[in-house]
Design a protein around this ligand. Sequence first.
Ligand code: PNS
Length: 166
Amino acid sequence: MSAIKSLVAIYPGSFDPITRGHEDIARRTLRIADTLLVAVAHTSSQAKKSLFPVEERVEMIREVFRGEDRVEAVAFDGLLVDFARQRGARMVIRGLRAVSDFEYELQMAQMNRELWSGLETVFLAPEVDFSFLSSSLVREVAGLGGDVERFVSPAVLARLNRKLGR
Ligand code: PNS
């Protein structure tokens, strides 16, 4: 009799902050994986100045998924492939919003495969309502006084308001 192994997926990113689009991708992942590690990178491939420190980004994700015991939020340092291997994750999830995302995503997927062939990248399409959404736009709109309530969870909105002194 063959043992059935549980499928651990890893969803890495900057999540600065987590948006409704990220949430949608995470929930879709739970339809195909048993557990999901939402992994917040200390080191991103893109040099970006972050609004929230990594610990706060992790806390926000925990708040958003409170009560969902198949989701774990963690910070990681160094290479994604090393962290995935350490945690027994063999599937990386990335959201693809538009064709413009594809080049960067394919490059990362292929580099990760070169680094560790035991990891498969799976791309998921978000709900169309979120196809324009990104953390950087949320930061920009919120920073300029715009209303981002429908783009993030209440827990994230509260922290954004606090961070921006509202
Ligand atoms: O949300 P982002 O910023 O597009 O996510 C990019 C992220 C964090 C997934 C990528 O930069 C990453 O995997 N960083 C960890 C370091 C690493 O493994 N770099 C090589 C990637 S091919």
